[in-house]
Write a protein that binds this ligand. Sequence first.
Ligand code: GUN
Length: 294
Amino acid sequence: MTAQIIDGKAISAQVLDGLEPRIAKLKSEGITPKLDVILVGENPASESYVRGKERASERLGIESHTHRLPESTSQDEVLDLVITLNEEPRVQGILVQLPLPEHIRESTVIESVLPSKDVDGFSPVNSGRLLAGEDCFAPATPSGIVELLLRSGNPPDGKHVVIVGRSNIVGKPLAALLMQKREGANATVTVCHSRTRDIEVHTRNADILVAAIGRPNFVTGDMVKDGAVVIDVGINRVDDASAKRGYRLVGDVLFEEVKEKARAITPVPGGVGPMTIAMLMSNTVKAAENSLSQ
Ligand code: GUN
């Protein structure tokens, strides 16, 4: 079987195109959506995510401002900045790039972001609303995965989705999204993780398999059912002397093996990554629209 390669770049462009008329309408009403990003320290992966966010904002005419702070910034300084942005009416979206340096408690910072500006959907109010199936900001990567499934003609309804990875950013919120009682969700969800025994017994049962563990090439061909849809969330740098930068990016899925068994598969790069940024832009536009009715 030759798998359908799910083109995250093309699908994210569709999502961004859909935002353009909404942004134009906001501007006609005197509002330019504005996203402020807080980046502490110099994590190369974070730097590259943040540049992607800046590029997408620019393309759409969304204003974006990245607050680049040194690694030595104290927790109180970060909290003070969040509070200033919470109170600034021109700012509709606030995103604190994770991970934060070790001396800063992530949960304290995340909890300080005003829920109506929390376009990452990580604050307790938004994650609670997501679990309850209420309107909220859902985290960007899980929302992007659902959008990829729907727009590539692989809806999760009634399917068995197996998620490998239980992070707060991907695994847990994705399970909550897919379990929802509505069209475009309605999945039966299994969540596996590093302590799951006989993990391949579960992954082989998946109609849709989502790998979000952060381990290069973890999912091999023998772990996948014939005809499954495979979504690879991993972005891992592996050393490669022949590559220009000295490394290359690989996913959590051994692509060359798994593509021979899967019905559809996302590549890395060019799969889930561009969707995350598109959904963040979508949440920012939604925050700006909500600000009009407040
Ligand atoms: N680090 C890795 N992914 C994300 C994300 O979606 N949002 C934030 N804030 N940090 C991240």
